[in-house]
Ligand binder design. Structure first.
Ligand code: B16
Length: 214
């Protein structure tokens, strides 16, 4: 079968290309403990795809003390981020599956455009550690946006960086908030992992290489 046209892919990072959610969890858990909160997995699941500041607010729902100043919140976020980056610094190319590596290579060989659309301010560090910086034509991340997913900003930025109209882009995201962001951006949305059971996803896939059949 002849493939009709080249495609423009925008990939979420955490949960699609790499799996750093366990590091987020360990870092948030340690930070939360310092203010008397025992972060459990159920609350942690609500942090998937959510910005750093919004994640802190979700954790603080369990905080029993006096209201915290913005300065204190910034300190807590910095503390969490420092812990998180210690884990990231241990990452290597072995932290990316062969399925993901091979699929990215094939899409590139087909002439498709590839971008990252991640809420993370650490996206470039992660890509560098796992050796994937050059696998993408463009990177839109937490440093380029004011509003996190489900706001479409990061996916729209990625489309802008690729010089492509949003409706010509396909976003791949594991979080419900990411699928909402893609639909809010007027893009096709592909669900994988958690979001493969989300009815708003236009396509649902089990593994990354299933993209090659779309
Ligand atoms: P940072 P993604 C998201 O990455 C994570 O899923 C989410 O848990 C995190 O809070 C957010 O990035 C911000 O990350 O603290 O590193 O800026 O899934 O959009 O690639």
């Amino acid at each position: 079968m002849v493939r009709s046209s080249k495609k423009n892919w925008i990939f979420d990072l955490d949960g699609v290309i790499v799996f750093t959610d366990k590091f987020h969890y360990l870092a948030w858990k340690k930070m939360a403990k310092t203010i008397g909160i025992d972060l459990d997995e159920k609350t942690n699941n609500r942090l998937r795809g959510v910005s750093r500041a919004d994640s802190l607010e979700i954790i603080l729902e369990q905080y029993k003390g006096e209201p915290l100043s913005q300065k204190k919140k910034n300190e807590l976020m910095e503390e969490k981020n420092n812990l998180y980056r210690e884990y990231l610094n241990e990452m290597t190319p072995n932290d990316v599956s062969d399925d993901v590596k091979k699929t990215l290579r094939v899409l590139r060989e087909r002439g498709d455009k590839l971008a990252i659309g991640s809420s993370s301010k650490n996206a470039r560090l992660i890509l560098e550690k796992v050796g994937l910086t050059d696998a993408f034509d463009e990177i839109a991340d937490g440093t380029n946006i004011k509003k996190g997913k489900p706001d479409p900003e990061v996916f729209l930025k990625a489309a802008e960086f690729l010089h492509k109209a949003p409706e010509k882009c396909i976003a791949v995201d594991d979080a419900f908030s990411g699928i909402d962001a893609a639909k809010n951006a007027n893009m096709k949305a592909i669900g994988i992992g958690d979001s493969a059971r989300y009815e708003k996803a236009d396509y649902k896939i089990n593994k990354f290489s299933d993209l090659l059949a779309i």
